[in-house]
Design a protein around this ligand. Structure first.
Ligand code: DAH
Length: 344
C-alpha cells in the first residue's frame, strides 16, 4: 500500500464492485454466494484489511481501519436490503404458484337467480293478490284425513288410486299403516285454511306435491301446484268462470282466453277442467276446478247451507314449461347452470 490516497481509492473500488455484485444477484441463493465471496479470504476488502498492519503511521492506520469498517458496513447493509427484496419476491411467487384459485365465481360476476318455477309461483301469487286473494301454505307431510278423507274421498274411493301416493313409514306400532303420506296435491290445504280462517275466504295455496311417478318429459315425482278457494255467501259457478278468465288474462296476457269442460273430481260438484287458448288457437290444459262439495265445506267446519264456494288447482311446473317453451320438464331439475342462466 503505497499511500493513503491509493488506499482510499482501493477501498472505494472494492465497495463499488461489491455493491454491483450485490445488485447483480438475481435470487437469494445467488446473493448468499456473493455474500460468502465478499467475506472470503480472497475478497478485496479482506485483502485490504490484512494489509492494515503494514501501515506504520498510527493515525493513518486508524483512519484506514475506519474507512474499511465503514465500507464493510455499507456492503452489509446493501446485502440486507437486497436479501429482503429478493426473499419477498420469491415468497410472493411461491404463494402465487401454490395458491388454489377459488375466485372463479367471484371474478365471473355471476349471482344466483330465482328458478323458473319459483318465478312462476311468485307471479301467480302477485296476480291472485291483485284479485283480492290471500296466500296460505300447508305441510308437505300430510295425513290420510287431509289428503283424502276430508276431500270427500273415503278409504274405498276409487279416485284414491289415481294419486300414486308415497307413504311415510309408521313411527310406532300403534300408528295405522298408510295414514301419513307425502301430499299428492295442494287440495288438503283447502281444509286447513277453512279450519283456521273464517269466511269470507279468498285464498291461494302454492306448494310442492309428490307422486310415485317415473320422470319423463312431462312428469316428475316432485312437482308444484297452486290451489285456490273462495268461500263466501252466494258464490256461484259464474264467479268461478269469471275468476278463471280474469286470471288467464292477467297472467298470460289479454290475447289468451279460457274455457271450462265438464269433468269429475270427488271434492267438487259440478267439476270442470279448465284450458287456456293461445293467440295461435292452441288449447293448453291447465287444471281442475268446480263448486266445493258440501262434504268438503263441512270437513272444513263450514255450514254448506250458509256458504258456498269454488275451488281450483293446477300445476305450476307445466305453466313454467309452457311459458318458456321448455321441451323436457326434467331439464328444469338437473341444475345445469347453462339452462338456469337463461332465465336469470
Ligand atoms: N287436486 C287436483 C289434482 O291434483 C286438482 C284439482 C282439481 C284441485 C279440482 C281443485 C279442484 O281444487 O277443484 O289433480
Amino acid at each position: 500500500m503505497s499511500s493513503s490516497s491509493t488506499l482510499a481509492s482501493e477501498i472505494s473500488q472494492a465497495q463499488t464492485e461489491a455493491l454491483s455484485a450485490i445488485a447483480g444477484a438475481l435470487d437469494a441463493a445467488g446473493l448468499r454466494s456473493v455474500q460468502a465471496e465478499l467475506a472470503g479470504k480472497k475478497s478485496a476488502l479482506t485483502v485490504l484489511r490484512s494489509q492494515l498492519g503494514k501501515i506504520q503511521d498510527a493515525e493513518e492506520r486508524k483512519s484506514a481501519g475506519q474507512a474499511i469498517h465503514a465500507c464493510a458496513q455499507t456492503i452489509e447493509a446493501a446485502i440486507g436490503e437486497r436479501m429482503a427484496l429478493l426473499l419477498a419476491g420469491e415468497r410472493a411467487q411461491q404463494v402465487a404458484s401454490e395458491a388454489m384459485d377459488l375466485s372463479e365465481f367471484v371474478t365471473a360476476k355471476r349471482r344466483g337467480s330465482t328458478h323458473i318455477v319459483t318465478q312462476a309461483t311468485q307471479r301467480l301469487e302477485d296476480v291472485f293478490i291483485g284479485l283480492g286473494f290471500q296466500v296460505a301454505e300447508g305441510p308437505e307431510v300430510e295425513t290420510d284425513f287431509y289428503n283424502f278423507e276430508a276431500l270427500n274421498m273415503p278409504k274405498t274411493h276409487p279416485a284414491r288410486s289415481e294419486f300414486d301416493t308415497m307413504f311415510i313409514e309408521p313411527a310406532s306400532a300403534d300408528q295405522e299403516p298408510n295414514s301419513v303420506l307425502l301430499r299428492t296435491h295442494t287440495s288438503p290445504v283447502q281444509i286447513r285454511v277453512m279450519q283456521s280462517w273464517k269466511p269470507p275466504i279468498y285464498a291461494v295455496m302454492p306448494g310442492r306435491v309428490f307422486r310415485r311417478d317415473t320422470p319423463d318429459a312431462t312428469h316428475m315425482p316432485v312437482f308444484h301446484q297452486i290451489e285456490g278457494i273462495v268461500v263466501d255467501k252466494g258464490i256461484t259457478f259464474a264467479h268461478l268462470a269469471g275468476i278463471i278468465e280474469a286470471f288467464t288474462k292477467a297472467f298470460f296476457g289479454n290475447e289468451f282466453t279460457s274455457r271450462l269442460r265438464p269433468s269429475f273430481f270427488p271434492f267438487t260438484e259440478p267439476s270442470a277442467e279448465f284450458d287456456i287458448r293461445r293467440a295461435n288457437g292452441a288449447w293448453i290444459e291447465l287444471g281442475g276446478c268446480g263448486m266445493m262439495h258440501p262434504n268438503v265445506l263441512r270437513a272444513g267446519g263450514i255450514d254448506p247451507d250458509e256458504y258456498t264456494g269454488f275451488a281450483f288447482g293446477f300445476g305450476i311446473d307445466r305453466m313454467a314449461k309452457e311459458r318458456h317453451n321448455v321441451e323436457d320438464i326434467r331439464e328444469m331439475y338437473t341444475n345445469d347452470l347453462r339452462f338456469l342462466r337463461q332465465f336469470s
